[in-house]
Each structure stands twice: as structure tokens, then as C-alpha cells.
Design a protein around this ligand. Sequence first.
Ligand code: 1YM
Length: 683
Amino acid sequence: MEERHYDASDITILEGLEAVRLRPGMYIGSTGPRGLHHILWEIVDNAIDEAANGFADKIDVRLYKDGSVSVEDNGRGIPTDIHPKTKVSGVQVVFTQLHAGGKFDEHNYSFSGGLHGVGASVTNALSKWLKVRVYNHGSTYEMSFHSAYDPKKKKYESGVPDGPLVDTKKRTKRHGTFVHFMPDDAVFSTTEFQLETVSRRLNELAFLNKGLSISLTDERITRNEFEAQGAEGDVQLDLAGASEPYSVVFRYDGGIADFVQYLNEGKTKLYQRPLYYKAERDGILVEFAIQHSTDFTESLFSYVNNIPTPEGGFHEMGFRGGLTRMLNDYARDNKLLKDKDANFLGEDFREGLTAVLSVKMKNVQFEGQTKTKLGNPEARVPVESCVVEGLRALAADPKYKRAFEETVKKAQGAARARLAARQAKDTARAKNSIDSLTLVGKLAACTGRKAELNELFIVEGDSAGGTAKQARVRQFQSILPLRGKPLNVEKKRLEQVLANEEIRTLISALGTGIGNDFNLDKLNYHKVIILSDADQDGFHIRCILLTFFFRYMRELVSAGHVYIGMPPLYKVYKPNGVEEYAYDDNELQAKIDKVGRGYLIQRYKGLGEMSADQLWKTTMDPVRRNLTQVTVEDAVEAEEMIAKLMGDRVEGRKEFLSRYANFNKTDAFMARVQKKESDDEEA
Ligand code: 1YM
């Protein structure tokens, strides 16, 4: 590992911590679960930076029973010497001054961007206590901070040092930084870290930082308990160490090439190893991995400084441009183009493509609806030229000859299909254009003309559709009943998708167009609400629709227009007219307690069992209903969901359904409730 001299004078100081306490949202986005995890990412980011700069190769994250969390790395350790301007240690500066960091210095080759990287001091400001240990110069240094109400000063003080940094004189050969903190429950609506969330992000970071070993230990749960969660029925696990805390290590020596392989699991690949390349151009680090499968859709996952950019931006433009340019050149040089002036379109080369693009650069600017779009125009050209250069180098290697041949062959198929479809579409358009498609008898359109206020309910089945039509407020609620299951779009080309009646009706109702012609400004409804039954069929329909939106109208999703309507699962009532609705099993017990003795339970199997009045009260009334907004925050998760649900492997689907749809659990609960009721009667 590289040696470099740093001391605390490298630190630049900007502001104090009060502001963070006063307006946490400004610094971490929210004080909900996202904000909570954000203060962990701040610390993890510093450890990742240390690794990315070549000084650390191991990071350990630990979740404790008391709700605290720690992060440790084996890097240089945060500077412990006294900062000449402030006369305090580097550690103190890092945890008490906003934006402190050598990483803002030009000569330090480090990247940070967006909300990330605002610093460890934000984490300190929003923690009840925080402890730091630095191993360096053969010794162990310690410092701690706390936040509490100071009755003398009559105000809340946050991130206050308990004393200066101390050299404990504990001799050690280790070097690195250990940070342990307790999120403040006076700040956050919840202080419970989610294993799933932490695990996903650390796994992603391990993919993005080749060779880095990231371990995660959750002391709140044993290995045995973890295994039992994912399994169906009663499982007896009695493995050695099964009562130890749950622990995993993420490490990928192939980096994003392994990531692509993981994303393509279960697909039929056109070549076995992903194509991978890494280079630096004009101060921008560019890394990509690609692999084609027999599928028809494109999945590009892009990152800037390890932060996902699902809305794309200039780096993606550069990537796509480079891919198209190089592959067209390759096809021409190898006489694979019919006529030497002809070209494939970029989309031809991207049919069935899974790609990961990771860019690292300074001064990033994030834009877009969710601030996940790279707005730096200067990123485009260097990315494009690295992609061209990288693919050329790979194509010159006989190992990859087949990969390029297969890619061009696939593009030829795509181009042929595209031309055939264009002809067919032109004919069809003349007869029955999507724009002028008549929807009489299907869509019950609302009368209002304000898209911002309008809602479109996509309802499973004609019968539930009929009830919803009676229930709605026609000024702003439109109902689109779907007959049967819409087409599974995952395994189809756009042209086949467009041939499906249900899908065409849907596109026409939304008004936006589709694919490349998609225009969000033309959207007729700012809330698009999927309303399906709470059973397996309903779940499947929901997934098909989400896949469709995700694949062909991703902006609709990323701009937050798609919602899942949540009909209640149970009505808890008494003959005297008291009634309460429960939307899940947890709520059911609460509602039973609320209604009290002598209650009855009705379980809804489908939307069709509800009266118009009930459907309105529970599911459609904006004041009382329960909507879940669909986000593409985690594109990898969405991709996995789609692959599992719509993919080739049936076992995957079964497993997923039983895990997420939870029917077994519901049924078991109903059996218990019924038993309890008869016990009550006996009593
Ligand atoms: C568990 C969290 O914070 N590691 C860490 C942080 C720093 C350094 C090393 C570091 C950085 C630099 C120089 C530099 C930080 N230092 C600073 C500051 N792990 C964790 N490991 N020497 C050490 O970037 O120049 C901020 S973070 F500001 F002091 F340099």
C-alpha cells in the first residue's frame, strides 16, 4: 500500500454543528429510516474513501443489540495531531466541524459527491453518543462525544467532546479507525437499522470497490434465526456456530464484472465472462463491465463516486455513445454491415445488454427529480473515449473474439426486428393509431382536466372495476379495469408489447407515449394507482404492471407517479355497526383490541367482495386510503424482483412469492384468531 504524509493541517474548516441539529433534513434528507441509514453511510463513506485511495482493504460494520452501530477500517487512521489553526486534534475537527476533510483538498485524490460526504460531523451531531478509536504511530487514541440538553444553557447541545483526544498508550501494531455511535432517538422517527438495507448497500459497495473486503455482523440476530426467516415451514437448523451472531463478508475480486455476472444469473448469456475495462481520462476514473443475454431489454446500472444514478446523465450518454461507435466500427471492419455506410442504431447493440458503469470524479453535480442524474457535461467525452478504447483493446484479444461476434449477431437480429416492426407499425398506425385508440366502454375517464389532481386506478377484473366506477369521485378519479392478466412484457420486444390490447389501452390512457417517444409532460394522471387483489394472482398482475412501467416508462416511476393501492385484508366489526379495517396482520390485532369483545372478522379475498361504499372508504378516499409509492431508489432490487418474477426459473418465482406475499403467515394467523374466538366463547 501507498505511503503518503498527512497531518491535521490538511484539514479545512467551514462551520459548526448547531445547524445540523436545527435542520437535519437539509443535511441527511429526512429523519425517517433513510436519514437514519444516511448517518451510517457517512462513516462508511470515509472508510470507503480510505480504501479507494489505496490505504485500507478491510472494513467491518457491526450492529449491536442496544441499537448502536460501529464501522472500522484498517487505513491510516484519522489524523491525531493538533491542528495549528484550531489547536485541537484532527479527530476533533473531523467530528465537530462541518465539511472538514482532507478530501476537499485538490492534491488529495479522493472523490465524494451529493449528499454523501457532508461528513462524519453530521453523524456526530445526530447521535446520542459517538466514540472514536484511532490506531496509529504504534498507539491507540480515543475520544468520545455526546448530545444532550444542557439545563444551564437551556438548549440542546450536540456532538460535544467529553474531553480532548487521549493517547491511551496502549501499544499496537495496528493502524486504522474505529467509529461507534448511537443514533439519537430525539432526532429520528425510528432508530432501528434494517439488516436488509445495510446488507444491500455494503454488498453493492463491495462490488464497486474490487478486492475490498466488507464484513457485516448483526449481533441482534443469530445465524439460526436469520436462516429461519427465509425458509418455509419449520426448519431445524443445528449447524456449528448457528447461535453465533449473523455475519457475512462481501468481497469481489472481479468487482463490477462480478456484479454483472450476479445480475445476469439465471439468464442465457451470449458469452461467458463479462467484458471489463478500467481507465482514467482527464481526471475521471471510468470502469465498466458488460454482458449480453438472449433477453430483449437493456439494464444499465450507473454510479458516480459509488452513488447510484438511476436517472442517468452525461456519463451514461458517453457510455452509450462509445458502445455504439466502437461496435459499429467493429462491424464495419469485419464486414458485418450490409453496406459500408449503413449503421446499427445504439438500441440494436443494447438489446439484452446488462451493464454496470462506475465513474469517479470531482465536483459532481447531481440533477433530476430525485437528484440522481449526473449533470456534469465534462464527463461525457472522457467516458466515451474510455469505452471506445477499452472495447477496442478487448476486441483485439482473441479470448473475446466470440463475445464481439455474438454481440453483432444479436444486433443484426434486433435491427431486423426493428425494421419489420416499423413497417408493421406504419400500417397499423394508419388504421388504428395509439393516439386515437377508442377506449369507449373500458376507461371510465374523469371529468376534470387538471393532470396534477387526476388519478388513474388500474383495477384487476371487470367486477372490481365496476365497483370502483360506482365508488369513485368522477371529477378526478378515472378507472381502467384490466381483463385477465396483461402481457408479461419481460420476454417480449417492444413491438410485441404494443400489439397487446390491454397495454395499448393503458398507454393511451396515460397519454405519455412509450419508450423513446415517452414524454412525461403529457401525463394525464399524476397518480397512477395499481389496485389488485391481495392474492397470488393479484400480486402477479402487480408485478407485470410494475415491470412494464419500469422497462418502458421508467421516468413515470422515478418521478414518483406510480402507487400501489392497498385494500384492507380484514374487517373487524360488531353487529351493532362498529367497524374497523386492518391492512395487514400486525394491524389486525390492534383493531381486534380496539373493537373489543364480541368482535367478528371478515377476511377479504378480493376487491370484488367489497361494496362500493367499502371500497371508497378503505381504498380510494384520498383522506383515508393507504397508498404505497413505488420508487426506483434501489434499481438493483427492482431488477432482481423482475428477474425472479418474470424470469426463466420457476423455483425463483415460487420462493419469492412465498417470501413476499406471505400467504402462509396470513392463513396461520387466521387459524389462531378463529381458535381464540372459540376459546373466548367458552370462557
Ligand atoms: C470508520 C471510519 O473515517 N477512516 C479514515 C478517515 C480519514 C482518514 C483515514 C484520513 C484521510 C486523509 C488523511 C485525507 C479522514 N481524515 C480526514 C481528515 N473510517 C474513517 N481513514 N489521513 C487520514 O483525506 O487527507 C477526514 S476523514 F480531514 F482529517 F483528513
